[in-house]
Design a protein around this ligand. Structure first.
Ligand SMILES: Nc1nc2c(ncn2[C@@H]2O[C@H](COP(=O)(O)OP(=O)(O)O)[C@@H](O)[C@H]2O)c(=O)[nH]1
Ligand SMILES: [Mg+2]
Length: 463
C-alpha cells in the first residue's frame, strides 16, 4: 500500500539544518536506518585514514574530513557527532556534520550524500519521524514550529512550555478519564440483559462535567493562544489629520506611514508588526474617517470599517488641540468594547476644553514629543491584550488543535445531554467515542497521512 509505505519510510535523509547562505558554521543533519554505512565512505580521519564505526563515539564530537570524488579530494574539515538510535531527536540513528558555512561546499556535500543513498529530507521530515517513533506527540511537534516562528518572547515561552508537553499532559488526563466513563457506559450495555442495576448516572455526569470544564477552559484560552502565535490586530482610527500616522510611526519607532498636514493623505491601510510588552501586534494605520466625495479616499474609508470589525482592538485618536468634534462623537458611538480613546497632540493642548472619553479608557499622548507613549503601551497590554498570566499553563496555539478540541467539547455536551435524558449506553457512548477520537487526533494518536502532510509541510527543511 502506497500510503503505509511512505508512512514508515525510515530510509536515511539529509538536510541543511542551519539557514541557507554564507555562515560561520553550517550543520547538515542526517537520520535514518542504514545511515552510518552509507556515510562512512565519504569521511576520512584527519590523517587520511578511512573511518570505521568504532571511530564514532556516541554523542561525542569528532574531527573528520569530508572527501569528494575523484581520488578523495578534501571537501571540508568538519566536526561529526553521532546520536545512536533510539536516543536521538528522531529516534533513529542521527548524525550531524558541522562544517564551514560555504553554500557551494554544503551543496556539494548534500549531493555526495544523495549519491550515497542519503536522500534530501522534505520539510519537517525529521520531526515527523520523531512523532512516528513516539519521541513526541503532535502538539509538541507543532510547538516546535511555533517556537521557531515565534515573533515575540511571550509566544516563544508559551511554545516551549507546550513543547515540554504541558498540553499533551492535560489532554491525556482528560482522555483517561473519558475512557473510564466509556468503560462504565459500555459495561452497563453488556449487562443490560441481566438484572444489573444501571450505574449511577449522577456520578458519571459529575465526572464528565469536570472533564468538560477542563477542556472548555482550554478552548476558551485558545483564541488568545492563537493570537499569541499570529499576533493581535490593533487598528488606529480617527478623523483625518488628528495624527494617526504620526502615532503609528511613533509606536513602530520608525517612519513607515506618510505624515502630512494635508487631510486625507493616508488612503490605504498600512500594517506593520510591533512587539508591545512582549506581545506580537500587527498595527494598522488607516484612512481618516470622514464624509468624502473622493472615490479613492472613500474606498479607503470603507476598508477601514471592514478592518475595524476584524481587529482585536481599536485605537480611536482624537485631536487634543481641537477637542471633541461632531464627527468624533459619531466615531465614538461606533466603538466596541475593546477600544481605547487616545488624545493626541497634547503638546498643543491649552486646557480650554475638557478631555474626556465616555466609557472607554483614555490615554493622553503627543506623537511629536513621545510623551505618554509608555502609558499607552501599558494600557494597550492591560485592556486589549488580555492573556492568561505567564506561566499559567497550557495554551492552545494552533487552529488545528482548537478545531479538534471544539469537536470534542461539542460531542461531550451531546453525550451529557443524552445521559440526562436517560438514553441507554449504546446511544450515549457514540458521542463519547467521537470526543475521544477528536482528542486522539489533537495529540496525534490517530495519525492520518494527509493530516501529517498538512502539518509538516509548514515546517522548515532540516527540522
Ligand atoms: N504638535 C503636534 N503635531 C502632531 C502630532 N501628531 C501629529 N501631528 C501633526 O498633525 C498633522 C497630521 O498628522 P498625520 O499623522 O498625518 O495625521 P493623520 O491624518 O491622522 O494620519 C501632521 O502635520 C503632524 O505633524 C502631535 O502629537 N503634536
Ligand atoms: Mg494618516
Amino acid at each position: 500500500m502506497m500510503g503505509s509505505e511512505s508512512l514508515f519510510d525510515d530510509g536515511p535523509i539529509a538536510a541543511l539544518a542551519t539557514p541557507p547562505g554564507t555562515s560561520a558554521v553550517a550543520i547538515i543533519r542526517m537520520s535514518g536506518a542504514g545511515l552510518i554505512p552509507r556515510l562512512l565512505p565519504l569521511l576520512r580521519r584527519p590523517g587520511g585514514r578511512e573511518v570505521f564505526l568504532e571511530d564514532l563515539k556516541p554523542r561525542q564530537l569528532r574531527r573528520m574530513d569530508v572527501v569528494d570524488d575523484p581520488e578523495s579530494v578534501l571537501l571540508d574539515q568538519v566536526m561529526v557527532v553521532w546520536f545512536p538510535a533510539p536516543h536521538s531527536y528522531t529516534g533513529e540513528d542521527v548524525v550531524e556534520l558541522q562544517g564551514h558555512g560555504s553554500p557551494v561546499v554544503v551543496q556539494r556535500i548534500l549531493e555526495r550524500l544523495s549519491g550515497a543513498g542519503i536522500r534530501p529530507a522534505r520539510p519537517g521530515e525529521f520531526t515527523r519521524r520523531a512523532c512516528l517513533n513516539g519521541k513526541m506527540d503532535l502538539t509538541q511537534a507543532e510547538a516546535i514550529a511555533a517556537l521557531i516562528n515565534a515573533s515575540s518572547l511571550r509566544s516563544a515561552r508559551e511554545a516551549v512550555r507546550q513543547m515540554e508537553g504541558s498540553l499533551s499532559e492535560r489532554i491525556k488526563n482528560a482522555r483517561d478519564r473519558l475512557l473510564t466513563i466509556l468503560a462504565h457506559l459500555e459495561a452497563s450495555l453488556d449487562f443490560s440483559d441481566e438484572d444489573v442495576a444501571p450505574l449511577p448516572s449522577a456520578g458519571l455526569l459529575k465526572e464528565m462535567g469536570e472533564v468538560s470544564e477542563l477542556l472548555g477552559s482550554l478552548l476558551r484560552g485558545a483564541s488568545m493562544g492563537i493570537r499569541l502565535q499570529d499576533g493581535f490586530h490593533l487598528i488606529i482610527i480617527g478623523r483625518p489629520n488628528v495624527g494617526k500616522s504620526s502615532l503609528f510611526n511613533r509606536m513602530l519607532g520608525r517612519k513607515r506611514a506618510i505624515v502630512s498636514p494635508v487631510p486625507g493623505t493616508t488612503r490605504d491601510c498600512i500594517d506593520s508588526r510591533v512587539e508591545i510588552r512582549g506581545f506580537p501586534v500587527t498595527l494598522l494605520d488607516t484612512a481618516g474617517l470622514r464624509v468624502t466625495d473622493e472615490p479613492v479616499e472613500a474606498e479607503g474609508i470603507q476598508l477601514t470599517r471592514e478592518q475595524m470589525v476584524r481587529a482585536d482592538g481599536v485605537l480611536l485618536v482624537l485631536d487634543a488641540e481641537v477637542g471633541w468634534t461632531d464627527e468624533d462623537r459619531v466615531l465614538v458611538q461606533g466603538l466596541g468594547e475593546d477600544s481605547l480613546v487616545i488624545w493626541n497632540k497634547m503638546d498643543l493642548y491649552t486646557g480650554e476644553h475638557e478631555l474626556v472619553s465616555g466609557d472607554w479608557p483614555m490615554v493622553c499622548v503627543s506623537s511629536v514629543t513621545g510623551d505618554g507613549m509608555d502609558v499607552l503601551e501599558g494600557v494597550i497590554a492591560e485592556r486589549l491584550l488580555p492573556m492568561p498570566l505567564d506561566g499559567e499553563g497550557a495554551v492552545i496555539m494552533v487552529v488545528r488543535q482548537k478545531e479538534a478540541l471544539a469537536r470534542a467539547v461539542k460531542a461531550l455536551a451531546e453525550c451529557e445531554a443524552w445521559i440526562i435524558h436517560g438514553k441507554p449506553g449504546e446511544v450515549t457512548s457514540i458521542p463519547l467515542r467521537s470526543a475521544l477520537e477528536a482528542l486522539g487526533e489533537l495529540v496525534g494518536h490517530v495519525t492520518q497521512e494527509d493530516l501529517l502532510d498538512r502539518i509538516f509541510s509548514t515546517f522548515c527543511i532540516g527540522k
